[in-house]
Design a protein around this ligand. Sequence first.
Ligand code: S3P
Length: 180
Amino acid sequence: MSNARNISNIALIGFMGTGKSSVGHLLAEQLRFGFVDTDELIVNAAGKSIADIFAQQGEAVFRALEHEIIKGLASRTRSVISTGGGVPVNPDNLASLKSHSLVVCLWASPEKIWENVRGQSHRPLLLNTPDPLAKIRELLAARAPFYKQADVLVNTEWRSVREVAQQVAHQFQSARATQK
Ligand code: S3P
């Protein structure tokens, strides 16, 4: 894949529970961009929930579907793309997103992530684990090197959704201005 970039979208990457969906929706509304969520596209394509894909077909099948969905985003413009937490672990996914998007990673501590996701039941990687906080710590540490390859890293821990969206919009506008 060539490294040429044509930044016409914003891709939000980052761990579960860092605010990608809420920030993404607000950003899309403010910029008058379309909004897509890779998990939603996967669910539509597979005709079943993420939890069912993991349970019935396994994580490898989910990751393959996810990769196909990411490749299919290359023709999009004026879109905010919210991605599943494991997307950047596959370097091809990150390279593909970078070809058309400013890639922004939303970041938070394991404790804050746990606070945000506890009580939710749709995330298979955190189900059936005796110590979800330890699992979050472990996964976040393993994924940190991938998340850090984003163009921009934004700590969402002490910021409102509105503040994060504003910061991301500002970074996007700067990136577009320097690209011209
Ligand atoms: C995953 C995160 C989820 C979803 C799937 C796997 C991950 O998305 O793609 O459960 O590997 O971290 P969110 O980050 O939107 O929760």
